[in-house]
Ligand binder design. Structure first.
Ligand SMILES: Nc1ncnc2c1ncn2[C@@H]1O[C@H](COP(=O)(O)OP(=O)(O)OP(=O)(O)O)[C@@H](O)[C@H]1O
Ligand SMILES: [Mg+2]
Length: 311
């Protein structure tokens, strides 16, 4: 559905997107994640025909988004990261306006109902809450009954229930044939709905694949943690697959390679009669990939001042 080949976006001296290539298949939900300023929106804008690439090739459903923009807008729905409407317009009016622009729009009443905005048709856009505005932006993106939808930070500002409802909606839309490109900062969201995900970092795309393929590519560690009064952790460090052992207050965290380490730690605790509570095993997830990419260590190798006394 989408083919991107060596796409480069340049803003003056800054190369925001650097020779990025990937494809998106029909009827898949494709996620793009990465730190602020990585080049996600710039990439998506080129696919949407809103920005001209410096070099490289983009094709959407066989069309060149820059040259065939008019045709493309017949099949594409776009939710922009910062949508600015005229505030002194009512919800129903802007929906009617959008509907009038397309040949076979989805009846917007249905979309408003799904987004729980039915009661707001007469309300001014300026009077909506942040989350309601976000929902309205999604309604407007879906009005054209598109074959491809671009959603940039879809659920930012939505409450937890609304986020889950939105995920259900995306999966339903995919079943009905929609291809979706989703830019998100929520790793749980990407894990919940995306068939494949691309990681972007400083204009490049170091990994593309299913969530588990991408996680596997980074060779991250499984984390086993538990509360214990254990004084010396030497025994744990010597176990097979263990990479590091740390302690924060009375919680001990062991980092290691996969299931081998988990079993070894459990056996060690049992065999030595070591007391432990609140045991947790955390295999590497997309969040860990992200934090690793930006060089942040959540287990905090260096102890803060208030933790030193318990060491
Ligand atoms: N119109 C512009 N003119 C100049 N520089 C820009 C422009 N738009 C984006 N940039 C720069 O390009 C880089 C990539 O921006 P982009 O908006 O694509 O990032 P992003 O991955 O979408 O980030 P975020 O997660 O914060 O939305 C940033 O350094 C940004 O400052
Ligand atoms: Mg962005």
């Amino acid at each position: 559905m989408i083919a991107v080949d060596a796409l480069t976006v340049q803003y003056g001296e800054l190369r925001a997107v650097d020779q990025v290539s990937f494809s998106v298949f029909e009827q898949e939900i494709f996620g793009i994640v990465g730190p602020n300023g990585a080049g996600k929106t710039s990439t998506v804008e080129c696919i949407e025909g809103l920005r001209r690439a410096h070099s490289g090739k983009v094709s959407v459903s066989g069309l060149d988004p820059w040259k065939d923009r008019k045709k493309l807008y017949e099949v594409m729905g776009v939710q922009l990261q910062d949508t600015a409407y005229q505030d002194q317009v009512r919800v129903g009016e802007i929906c009617a306006l959008f509907s009038s622009l397309y040949r076979s729009p989805v009846p917007y009443g249905e979309l408003l109902e799904i987004m729980q905005l039915s009661g707001k048709e007469k309300a001014f856009v300026s009077s909506l809450s942040g989350g309601q505005r976000q929902k309205l932006a999604i309604v407007l993106a879906l009005i054209p009954n598109p074959r491809i939808a671009f959603l940039d930070e879809l659920t930012t500002g939505l409450d937890p229930r609304a986020r889950h409802q939105m995920w259900d909606l995306l999966l339903q839309l995919r079943e009905r044939g929609l291809t979706i490109v989703l830019v998100s900062h929520y790793m749980d969201e990407v894990e919940a709905v995306c068939d494949r995900v691309a990681i972007m970092d400083r204009g490049r795309m170091p990994a593309v694949g299913s969530v588990s393929e991408v996680i596997g590519r980074f060779a991250l560690h499984t984390e086993i943690s538990f509360r214990s009064s254990l004084e010396r952790t030497g025994g744990l460090e010597a176990l097979p697959g263990v990479v590091s052992v740390g302690r924060k207050r009375n919680r001990i965290t062991v980092q290691g390679r996969g299931d081998e380490t988990v079993l070894a730690v459990l056996e060690h605790l049992r065999d030595r009669g070591i007391d432990y509570a609140a045991l947790a095993v955390k295999p590497p997830d997309l969040e860990a990939v992200f934090l690793n990419l930006v060089g942040y260590s959540p287990s905090g190798e260096s102890p803060r001042a208030d933790e030193k006394e318990v060491r």
